[in-house]
Ligand binder design. Structure first.
Ligand code: SF4
Ligand code: SF4
Length: 363
């Protein structure tokens, strides 16, 4: 589940790239007194793994069957606790969701994480995201959802669209959604996207040309952000512009101003919509320490400081001394440019503490 929608979506799939309208889940930090500052984090997605049965073109990381990056149960519970404590120390409430990759790919570990958080007295998970590939029979779906419900999961988010249905038979999505609505109640089940769910297309039977046309239509409808695999696979479906036309688009609100972060199994903390930009690492440090260090020192972070100052165009300029050359074909948007530059830097091992892990650039 790796779309990049800020506080709303599944693990994996790409989020709306909005060049003008502030991020709806952001904006409590930046611009205080005119000087950029780090927002308090209030939404955190734990990437329980980068593994996925699918390899969606829209994935905002590059999840797939060959990926790892599993989050250990003990680490998930520690991060959960530290995130709760950080939010409480700032007068807020943390909402944790479980994403990936595909969290249900290792059901015993997903169940163990939710159980352990419950046993530790932590607030229940806000949502778990899935592509429903595992929904092969009614009894299995019902038993898993009943267990998640018993441990307090507030919502299930199911992904379905022209990208996911290349890999997941639609009848599994329908089974998962219908049973989830019975077990949890309709208001606790979200589908991304309902338009596809209500009028599904048999993507597997489409010719390559028709499949691309369907992807182009979906991109036009949902305005997904082109990062991760989406940048590599889908940018040619959109009008591309020279990098110079993307100058001056600050990412302050997405990177510093967002209340939403993701954390992977290696402890890397990313802005909610910018997987692959490592804000800090919580593998051996308390999340609060990472937050406070970033708040004090973000101007020393080569990626954050660049994109806050001038968006991905400024990042491109910072990468030029390392040999980055703009694409002659141009870029479909600021996030496409950003991902292309970061992928170039990651491949050369430049700023490895700030750009990674390979699962975000490995497509
Ligand atoms: S490849 Fe997996 S994690 Fe990525 S968007 Fe598809 S279902 Fe989600
Ligand atoms: S930092 Fe990069 S990925 Fe994030 S919003 Fe800006 S351009 Fe997009």
């Amino acid at each position: 589940m790796t779309h990049a929608e800020d506080d709303a979506v599944e693990p994996g799939a790409a989020v709306v790239e909005d060049l003008s309208v502030p991020d709806a889940s952001a904006q409590n930090g930046s611009l205080a007194g005119g000087r950029p500052s780090l927002a308090a984090w209030e939404f955190a997605g734990l990437f329980t793994t980068y593994w996925c049965n699918a390899r969606c073109a829209i994935c905002y990381v590059c999840s797939g069957p060959g990926c790892g990056g599993e989050m250990r149960v003990a680490m998930a519970v520690r991060l959960w606790q530290e995130l709760d404590e950080l939010a409480a120390s700032q007068g807020n409430r943390m909402r944790i969701h479980l994403a990936g990759g595909e969290p249900f790919g290792d059901w015993p570990r997903l169940a163990a994480i939710v159980r352990a958080a419950h046993d530790a007295g932590l607030a229940p998970t806000e949502k778990v995201e899935t592509n429903a590939f595992w929904a092969v029979n009614d009894g299995l779906v019902r038993s898993r959802l009943e267990l998640l419900d018993a441990f307090g999961m507030e919502r299930l988010v199911v992904s379905t669209d022209v990208y996911h249905q290349e890999f997941v038979p639609f009848e599994r999505v329908r089974r998962c959604v219908e049973i989830a609505r019975e077990v949890l109640g309709p208001e606790r089940v979200r589908v991304r996207w309902w338009d596809f769910y209500n009028e599904p297309v048999d993507v597997a039977r489409l010719s390559p040309n028709l499949r691309r046309a369907a992807q182009a239509a979906a991109l036009d409808r949902h305005k997904d952000r082109l990062t991760g695999r989406a940048a590599s696979r889908l940018s040619d479906l959109l009008l591309c512009r020279p990098a110079e036309e993307l100058a001056g688009l600050s990412c302050e609100r997405e990177v510093l101003g967002s209340k939403h972060v993701h954390i992977d199994g290696y402890g890397n903390i990313f802005p909610g919509v910018c997987a692959g930009i490592i804000l800090g690492n919580a593998a051996t440090r308390d999340v609060a320490q990472v937050w406070h260090d970033l708040a004090a020192l973000w101007q020393e972070h080569p990626v954050v400081s660049a994109v806050v100052a001038g968006g991905s165009h400024a990042l491109m300029r910072a990468a030029t001394p390392h040999g980055y050359q703009p694409r002659t074909e141009g870029y479909a948007g600021k996030c496409h440019l950003c991902h292309d530059v970061r992928r170039f830097l990651a491949a050369r091992g430049i700023w490895p503490e700030h750009i990674g892990p390979r699962e975000c650039y490995g497509d």
